[in-house]
Write a protein that binds this ligand. Sequence first.
Ligand SMILES: [Zn+2]
Length: 241
Amino acid sequence: MLIAAGVPILSTAAVAALGYVSVSPKSRFWGPVVPTGDTSSPPRYALTFDDGPCDNATPRILDTLAQLNARATFFVIGVNAKRFPRVVRRIYDEGHIVANHSYTHSHFGIMRAGWYWERQIRQTDVLLQEIIGVKPAFFRPPMGARHLHLTRAARRYGHTIITWSRRAMDGIPTTAERIVARLTRHTTGGDILIMHDGIAPNRHRDPTPSITAVKPLIQQLRDQGLEPAPLDQLIGVRPYA
Ligand SMILES: [Zn+2]
């Protein structure tokens, strides 16, 4: 029970339900989100990377994608993009999509008001536009967590909120084999896969399993008849304003 000034305002069940609709990638409770794309043939999926760029993992993942002729979407954090603008430029120049993943990726952002989210989104848009010359129109909230202020701010700046349908779970310690197994077991046409090429500020993570997983992942999904497609083509929405 949530209690304010001695008065119960929400039951435990209501708090749990509110938590669920705020983090579930499919929930539209706080506004429209896109967790999957077109499921029609030919079977395609979208590969997405969060929390970059960084100067180690991102270029190595880009090398693999080029080698396999695969295109992906990179949801970058503003402060990381400011540190590594040349990597952002390379992502764009090599035909991948650059998208907005907030400026500071705060884990407490879910508690913040509308002005905070407007600044997080706008600041990242302006920076990315300076680097690549176009303004991103895809936004993925940190941890996928949404609330009314965030979804309103994203809409106000013309963003489509993208979540996911399959997770690599590579934000926590894991192995390349586990990542490939998680992302190949149930993936079908239209799925949006989430991996991590970068590291959110003030966190520590070894990106090696993610880097190593990309090649066998794409190859195994190809063996299953699935081709990686640019996210804009999979969902039928333009990636830039
Ligand atoms: Zn993230």
